[in-house]
Design a binder for this molecule. Structure first.
Ligand SMILES: Nc1nc2c(ncn2[C@@H]2O[C@H](COP(=O)(O)OP(=O)(O)OP(=O)(O)O)[C@@H](O)[C@H]2O)c(=O)[nH]1
Ligand SMILES: [Mg+2]
Length: 373
């Protein structure tokens, strides 16, 4: 009996610590490139939300003030050739030593100063990702001249690859911020993800845009972990029954969990607004309705109370012991755990379904002639 209690406490403590570490994790990402190359658009496409200002005219920015999205911090930096910052001191000037990754952005090719910077970055062992933006433009242009998408893509890729020969960069990615789930954006994100460890890895996958089915799968794994952690905390806090439910569950924790799941799946208002711009009218309307249903089911205190009442009625009709992994005093905590994780799993299943439908709609909206496969 004593042993069980001890185990339970240890388990709860671990879940709690893990949730804290996840919440606190930050990934610092440098985005370096000339003005107008599409840095801000790329940041928005990475996170699936308009967090950076995009413009036809040069947008002002405060250097060293990162653009934040969850645990992701983007340092939007001017290229070293066009800036007032000499290339020799560039790395120190911007504290690049502290970055987890550097994305070098160009809309055409990499220049001598870029190559110098790449060399310096590799010398200090920073993972460097070379990104060529606006690939949709180039492919369109190619099509008008009688070159198919594959030819244009191949030509651009080979040219960049030749110019970067001998530099140990992580990869070359041809992306379009207007079509985030086309071309190489998902590969870029998957590669950055693979280079990170532990909680940074979790945080990264939770905070990025769904640009591939693989990312969606990874998000599900993280979402499940997060729900377990929240459930453990709910169990630990939830020994006092709440009126009308009979069983101790921490409502505040459930609401936080709900928010986190919505964030992971891009269901919050800002992320939806971003998606709506990229979808055709019919899909946008369909998805918006689904999201509205989702938020009214899981989004507020009352909504969760309704779910809890339903669930506690179900539990009452069954033998409680069947559901409870713990013993003795831990019974109430056990039920709190189970109820939170049940509701959490429903949240994940429903969110996952909407995300899948959104992703499929993107695929339908994308330029079919430009498809590379
Ligand atoms: N078609 C297309 N247009 C893009 C893409 N990326 C950026 N643009 C456009 O290019 C212009 C400049 O994009 P920004 O993202 O503001 O570029 P930036 O590098 O942040 O520019 P500064 O902040 O001024 O340095 C905008 O009009 C964008 O809409 C892309 O992948 N495809
Ligand atoms: Mg910008």
């Amino acid at each position: 009996m004593e042993l069980d209690k001890l185990d339970l406490n240890e388990v709860l403590k671990k879940f709690k610590q893990d949730l804290e570490s996840y919440k606190k994790a930050k990934i610092k990402c440098g985005i370096i490139g000339r003005s107008g190359t599409g840095k801000s658009s790329l940041i928005n496409a990475i996170v699936g939300e308009e967090v950076a200002e995009v413009g036809e005219v040069e947008t002002t920015m405060t250097i060293n003030e990162p653009i934040e999205h969850g645990g992701l911090l983007f340092y939007d930096l001017p290229g070293c050739s066009t800036s007032n910052f000499p290339k020799e001191t560039y790395i120190n000037e911007f504290n690049i030593e502290e970055f987890d990754c550097v994305i070098l952005v160009t809309a055409d090719r990499f220049y001598e100063d870029d190559l110098f910077l790449i060399q310096e970055l590799i010398r200090i062992k920073k993972p460097v990702y070379a990104v060529r933006t606006k690939i949709d433009f180039s492919i369109d242009r190619g099509l008008r001249r009688g070159n198919n998408a594959k030819e244009t893509y191949g030509k651009i890729y080979n040219n960049l690859s030749d110019s970067l020969k001998g530099y140990r960069i992580k990869g070359i990615y041809l992306v379009s911020s207007d079509y985030p789930s086309e071309y190489d954006l998902s590969k870029l994100l998957e590669d950055i993800y693979s280079s990170l460890n532990n909680f940074k890895k979790e945080r990264f996958i939770a905070d990025i845009n769904i640009t591939s089915e693989n990312i969606l799968l990874e998000k599900r794994i993280i979402a499940n972990k997060i729900v377990s952690r929240f459930s453990a905390i709910a169990a630990a806090n939830g020994l006092n029954p709440i009126p009308g439910v009979d069983i101790g569950v921490d409502l505040a924790i459930m609401l936080k969990m709900s928010k986190e799941v919505q964030n992971i799946y891009g269901l919050n208002a800002e992320q939806q607004e971003y998606n709506m711009q990229l979808l055709d009218k019919k899909s946008a309307k369909f998805i918006a309705t689904k999201v509205l249903q989702y938020t009214s089911r899981y989004g507020g205190r009352e909504a969760i109370m309704v779910l809890l009442k339903k669930l506690s009625a179900t539990i009452a009709t069954k033998t409680a012991s069947k559901w409870i992994p713990f013993v003795g005093q831990a019974i109430a905590a056990g039920i709190g755990f189970k109820m939170t994780s049940w509701i959490g799993n429903d949240m994940i299943n429903d969110a996952d379904e909407i995300a899948k439908e959104t992703f499929d709609s993107f695929k339908k909206t994308e330029p079919t002639e430009a498809n590379l496969v």
